[in-house]
Design a protein around this ligand. Structure first.
Ligand code: NAD
Length: 246
């Protein structure tokens, strides 16, 4: 990119987290101005301070008024976004019979409603600008049922179908949306297994890739799906899981 070329603007939700931070850094390295946003303003600021040409914004993606404010603030500070990466998410081990209504709403709220609200809010700007790209982060949990995560799995399955629906409704209007399903990635969210070294070793031995995923594994795929190299991919579900689902 030459100095006079305008940098494209990317919005990354959950940018204060492990995967979101790695994605924000990767996109900045590739020339994007990155709007780093998170519920946790301090962590979003930390990510933003570590990368050039970025800004941080506090936003709870479960609240429409905050998402609308985010859009307006990003436009004012960085310009009209061309890329939206939905990374904000919430996971903890849970059991169907003891999950309260409040917990159900919380898990669906962050993972699914949050993705719906940001897509709904940023898509009109993409269309007016002649196009835009969305990369949603779901999970392999949205593709196959495994124990101790029923509501999270439902939420991530919803994110996959939301991405396909966006493609069908807005693809012809220039909106290109794809969804990544990470397998187990080495972040604090995976501490239910990583804190048990023996269990992790056993799990890794059973994997085709023989290792847990890294945040860079996901950031690399976001970078590809944001780029023109993937311009014939619309509504695709991309599994990045070291072969676990194979
Ligand atoms: N780590 C894994 O093994 C794994 C596997 C599959 C999918 N994922 C998905 O990847 C994404 C990132 O996960 P991570 O491992 O980096 O976890 P993380 O906890 O480090 O990151 C999640 C981020 O989302 C933010 N967040 C939570 N609620 C929010 C809200 N209401 N509004 C805005 N931001 C909010 C958190 O503050 C946090 O910074 C999540 O969507 C997660 O479901 C992770």
């Amino acid at each position: 990119m030459t100095g006079s070329e305008k940098r494209k603007v990317a919005v990354v939700t959950g940018a204060g987290g492990a995967i979101g931070g790695a994605i924000a850094r990767r996109l900045a390295d590739e020339g994007y101005s990155v709007a780093c946003t998170d519920l946790d303003a301090e962590s979003a600021e930390r990510t933003s301070l570590s990368i050039k040409g970025s800004a941080h914004f506090a936003c709870d993606v479960t609240k429409e008024a905050e998402v609308l404010k985010l859009r307006d603030d990003v436009r004012k500070k960085l310009g009209e976004p061309a890329l939206l990466v939905n990374v904000a998410g919430l996971f903890f081990v849970h059991d169907l019979l003891t999950t309260t209504e409040e917990t159900f709403d919380q898990i669906i709220g962050v993972n699914l409603k949050g993705t719906f609200l940001t897509c709904k809010t940023f898509i009109p700007g993409f269309i007016s600008a002649g196009g835009g790209t969305i990369v949603n982060i779901a999970s392999t949990a949205g593709l196959h049922a495994s124990s101790t995560r029923p509501i999270y799995s439902v939420a991530k399955a919803g994110v996959i179908m939301l991405t396909k629906s966006i493609t069908v409704d807005f693809g012809a209007k220039g909106v290109r949306a794809n969804v990544i399903c990470p397998g187990l990635i080495d972040t604090p969210m995976a501490d239910w297994i990583t804190k048990d070294t023996e269990a992790l070793k056993k799990w890794e031995k059973g994997m085709p890739a023989q290792r847990i995923g890294t945040v860079e594994d996901i950031a690399k795929m976001v970078s590809f799906l944001a780029s023109e190299d993937s311009d014939y991919m619309h509504g695709s579900t991309v599994v990045v899981d070291g072969g676990g689902l194979a």
